[in-house]
Design a protein around this ligand. Structure first.
Ligand SMILES: [Zn+2]
Length: 97
């Protein structure tokens, strides 16, 4: 299973153990770099532009699984312990005849 790169509203979550924060990422990047050599010939990369990027595997640091990583919305993941059923959208609790 290939996992996508999380965008600004997403993050990774390991559905095997619940890990949200630590992953080993193997990825391929094609970049254009600005190499600046000093007078001694020592190069330094001063700018990197990513032309293409693809994720090969994302592995959970905790349980080692790479087949259980999923993209989840960030606001869901931040507070996983929040009890369900307190939402205002819980129709059915009050609307019954
Ligand atoms: Zn895990």
């Amino acid at each position: 299973m290939t996992t996508g790169i999380p965008d600004a509203g997403q993050r990774w979550r390991c559905s095997g153990c619940g890990n949200l924060t630590r992953f080993d990422v193997t990825r391929t990047r094609r970049t254009t770099e600005f190499w600046h050599f000093d007078l001694g010939g020592e190069p330094r990369v001063e700018e990197t532009e990513v032309r293409e990027e693809s994720i090969k595997t994302v592995t959970c640091r905790w349980c080692g699984r790479s087949d259980a990583i999923e993209l989840v919305p960030r606001h869901h993941a931040v507070d996983p312990a929040e009890p369900t059923g307190t939402l205002d959208t819980g129709a059915g609790l009050t609307g019954r005849p």
